[in-house]
Design a protein around this ligand. Structure first.
Ligand code: MF3
Ligand code: CO
Length: 285
């Protein structure tokens, strides 16, 4: 028997075989993991996700203007909630699998999925990731940025900058009919070169019609591995870069908050991207 491969791609009954079908089937027949048809977005769906991305970017721009030392993470959450609903949208994290707030606020050694609360006050030198995800007319978008509160140490500033570079480098490494692994490989190399490590337990993801879709977008790996990248796919890249070791644990609170095991700081940036014939386009600019 042939080694069993996941036959994600097939030509629907009664449909003509297109050039795109032939191309994707050729990859699949060579044993490559290919997307299923539903993750290739239609032009109408892409427009919907783009509009959702505009609101999502508006939220992050608002946070960028308002964030300051002395503010609580609950106040950030309120900004996110109010802006989102005022723009006819819904914060995707709210009540998502038990997540109690409208965004994630992850300070210093918190890697991701920090939960906004009234006790956590931002202070000079903190680095914080604010992760915002929006549902508009049923379409999902997802992006996050780092904010430095006042001035931080050179080491933490470098971590924030390298994490940002990792996102850009991952974006540049993605090509139509390349592979998800090309992205991860480029990101991991850049983090390592700077003496940092990449979190392995969390990944980017397909997004658009749901919060989390295929493929998994790992931020480490080998070129030519992982899912085939096809124009029309929409997914996030969201590297989490640690100053120390890559290992993390999940805090007990709601079973959400991810923290570095060595308690050294972590930084993350995220965009939602559309794969086009030319490469990636940012939908959350
Ligand atoms: N943007 C985050 C991610 O893709 C959202 C996590 S789910 C939440 O990892 F409920 F925590 F928001
Ligand atoms: Co995400």
């Amino acid at each position: 028997m042939f080694k069993r491969i996941k036959r994600n791609w097939f030509v629907p009954k009664g449909a003509e075989m297109t050039e795109l079908d032939k191309k994707i089937l050729a990859f699949q027949n060579r044993g490559c993991l290919v997307p299923s048809r539903k993750v290739i977005k239609t032009p109408e769906q892409i427009e919907g996700i783009r509009r959702s991305g505009v609101v999502n970017t508006g939220v992050l721009d608002l946070v960028a203007r308002e964030i300051h030392a002395g503010m609580t993470t609950l106040e950030i959450d309120k900004l996110v909630y109010d802006y989102t609903v005022e723009h006819g949208a819904i914060p995707a994290p709210l009540n998502y699998e038990g997540f109690p707030k409208s965004c994630c606020t992850s300070i210093n050694e918190v890697v991701c999925h920090g939960i906004p609360n009234e006790f956590e006050v931002l202070k000079e030198g903190d680095i914080i990731n604010v992760d915002v995800s929006t549902i508009l007319d049923g379409y999902f978008s997802d992006a996050s940025r780092m904010f430095v509160i006042g001035e931080t140490t050179p080491a933490k500033q470098k971590l924030v900058d390298v994490a940002r570079e990792c996102l850009d480098i991952g974006m540049e490494a993605a090509h139509p009919f390349g592979f998800v692994g090309d992205i991860g490989h480029a990101i991991e190399q850049h983090a390592k070169k700077n003496g940092f490590s990449i979190v392995r337990d969390l990944c980017g993801h397909g997004v658009g019609l749901e919060f989390h879709e295929e493929p998994d977008v790992e931020h480490f790996g080998k070129n030519g591995t992982g899912m085939l990248l096809v124009p029309g796919m929409v997914f996030t890249i969201e590297p989490m870069v640690n100053m120390g070791d890559w290992r993390v644990f999940v805090d007990e609170d709601y079973g959400w908050t991810v923290v570095t095991e060595d308690e050294l700081p972590s930084a993350q940036w995220e965009h939602t991207f559309l794969m086009t014939e030319e490469g990636l386009e940012i939908l959350t600019y």
